[in-house]
Design a protein. Structure first.
Length: 623
């Protein structure tokens, strides 16, 4: 069990740990010279088959950022309060930070009890109960101690060991994540980093990635709770010997992760403003944001008002200056930049980038859908609002590829254009487009079809082409000259169009009609006028335009399809075989076969072809 000490400066935290473990936690020369803990310190006790790891944090307000770095959700808090002083400003602030970081279990060590009277001791107990009232440590046991003489220390240790025996190990599902608090080189060993495992598990010879950056490193060796180990899991204090690193030493705030971690500059949280914060919190307040050992300056944007009062819980957008590897559920502590004191904190709800206004109703609905839910239920809530970008989901919940694929597979949704759309919504969009196409053609017999952008149904433009392609593939709609019509729809021809068709029919009613240029010469029509008229007829399905120079009547083209079908059977056929069987020229045969290929009726395989589709594809436009 990892025990995090907290409390006001000079209340005896380091002395108490030294008495318990027999070893000091102050490792810096400046700390030993001044008798003041500046940075994190660590010490361990093995007793009764249990290991207690103690994280000693600074009590001075100038080193609060180091105190935050030593706290993790899975730890047990040991709040140290001197009997002569009682609770002090940093005692209260540390207690607040413990609560903001999600610690829900703890013990109180009342120190220096040999220096006060019985009356003062009782008064200290009263002050402590008042301090803890309404917090997760409200029912915490209080032990009277005097570290120098050893008074009460054995009872305190026995209590902590009982907690350790009864403690359930935190879940270690999901990818591995460790927040780095120290890094150093050991001669003959190489790079060693230490920190708290915040999720998942890692074993010797496993691969991790270093954030910032994306360097892959191999785990050469492991210590857990200061003992050699083969693996480490969520909640452990681990020292990891890494192979493959040849750059600068990682700094506090770096992370080791199983997955590549890009970091995030936008975080949304439900921010709890501390009751004793001395002033209202205004929109766009400059702040410091702490996530485990990581830190960034930021601006705090309020999403549901222009200011928040002390004690309020508000939705907040944090615009970070440096990216943090924070995901859904991670705890944040926010400190006011100007006042240099803790403002509040909360859990990350969303870390996905947002284009547009921060307070846009659509965004607020998505944040509400994500809040407090596990990934499966949160994804279902997001899908009920609309399409969901798939790519950011990896970083939102820190899911590896198999877990993300399993999540998507169980979502009653399908991927389209890199976004996930609920199946029911997709089918509703299909039906909207189909019904609009049918109703508008039923109302206007002369309508030649609808272009993709002509549809008025409330279907996102990004998905319209794919939906229309599905409808044409299914045979519900047909496409001619870039226009969509109901299947088997025949638009009414104008008088001029009917007259042109009658002039063209005898020329086209043969296995190999003349080219469009030759037809123009035969009919003595300007080529541009003929092209315009032919395009209108093709758009209404009155004839098929194989390419810019070749026209066919529908029944003649279908006859050539039958020829290809008879040649194919269970084998492939060549263009020469098709030419000879159809009784047409080589160039015309190539034109027709390429037309068939484009519509998915045939497929070219080198110098041969095979029929792979239905004849109904032939009179549709290629997708």
């Amino acid at each position: 069990m990892i025990v995090t000490l907290a409390g006001h400066v000079d209340h005896g935290k380091s002395t108490l740990v030294e008495r318990i473990t027999g070893g000091g936690t102050d490792r810096l020369a400046e700390e030993r010279r001044r008798g003041l803990t500046i940075d994190l310190g660590f010490a361990y006790l093995k007793a009764d088959g249990q290991t207690l790891g103690f994280v000693d944090v600074p009590g001075h307000h100038r080193f609060i950022h180091n105190m935050v770095a030593g706290v993790a959700t899975h730890q047990h808090a040991l709040l140290v309060i001197a009997a002569d002083d009682g609770p002090m400003p940093q005692t209260r602030e540390h207690l607040q930070i413990l609560e903001l970081m999600g610690i829900r279990q703890g013990t109180v060590a009342l120190t220096k009890c040999d220096r006060v009277t019985a009356e003062r001791l009782q008064q200290a107990h009263t002050e402590i109960r008042g301090l803890l009232a309404g917090t997760p440590l409200a029912d915490a046991a209080v032990f009277e101690t005097a570290a120098l003489s050893g008074q009460g220390v054995d009872a305190l240790v026995a209590h902590l060991l009982t907690w350790a025996r009864n403690e359930s190990a935190p879940a270690h599902t999901g990818p591995f994540r460790l927040a780095v608090d120290r890094a150093f080189q050991l001669k003959g060993t190489g790079l060693v980093v230490t920190g708290t495992v915040h999720g998942g598990a890692i074993a010797v010879d496993g691969t991790v990635r270093l954030f910032p950056g994306d360097r892959a490193l191999r785990v050469r060796g492991l210590h857990v709770q200061n003992q050699p180990a083969t693996s480490a899991r969520a909640g452990d204090r681990a020292a990891i010997n890494l192979a493959g690193h040849d750059g600068q030493l990682p700094q506090r705030g770096a992370w080791l992760t199983a997955l590549p971690e890009p970091g995030h500059r936008v975080l949304v949280t439900r921010l709890k403003v501390l009751d004793d914060f001395p002033r209202p919190v205004r929109h766009w307040t400059p702040v410091h944001v702490y996530q485990a050992t990581s830190h960034s300056t930021a601006r705090l944007a309020l999403l549901d008002g222009s200011r928040a009062q002390p004690g309020d819980t508000v939705l907040a957008h944090l615009q970070l200056d440096e990216p943090l590897p924070a995901r859904h559920g991670d705890r944040l502590v926010v400190r006011d930049h100007g006042l240099d004191r803790t403002l509040g904190g909360g859990s990350v709800i969303d870390n996905r980038p947002w284009r547009g206004r921060r307070r846009h109703p659509a965004r607020l609905r998505e944040v509400e859908a994500l809040e407090g839910l596990d990934p499966a239920r949160a994804l279902a809530a997001l899908l009920a609002l609309g399409p969901v970008d798939i790519a950011p989901l990896h970083g939102l919940w820190h899911l590896d590829t198999p877990d993300l694929e399993a999540l998507l597979a169980g979502s009653d949704a399908s991927a389209h254009q890199g976004r996930l759309v609920a199946d029911a919504r997709w089918q509703a969009w299909r039906q909207m487009l189909q019904q609009e196409c049918q109703s508008r053609h039923a109302a206007d017999a002369a309508l030649q079809g609808l272009r993709e952008n002509d549809f008025e149904a409330p279907v996102p433009a990004d998905f319209r082409a794919e939906l229309l392609n599905e409808l044409t593939t299914a045979g519900t709609l047909q496409q001619r000259a870039r226009r969509y019509q109901p299947a088997r729809h025949q638009a009414a021809l104008s008088g001029e169009e009917s007259a042109l068709l009658e002039r063209l029919r005898p020329l086209l009613d043969q296995p190999q009609p003349p080219s469009l240029g030759d037809i123009g010469k035969i009919l003595r029509m300007p080529l541009r006028t003929l092209q315009s008229g032919v395009a209108a007829l093709a758009g209404k399905g009155a004839l098929a335009q194989v390419n810019e120079r070749r026209l066919y009547l529908a029944d003649r083209l279908m006859h050539l399809a039958d020829v290809a079908q008879s040649l194919s059977g269970d084998r492939e056929f060549t263009a020469r075989e098709f030419r000879d069987a159809a009784g047409i020229g080589r160039n015309v045969a190539i034109d027709v076969l390429e037309y068939f290929d484009a519509r998915g009726f045939t497929r070219r395989l080198g110098d041969t072809r095979r029929v792979v589709g239905d004849r109904s594809r032939i009179l549709r436009k290629s997708s």
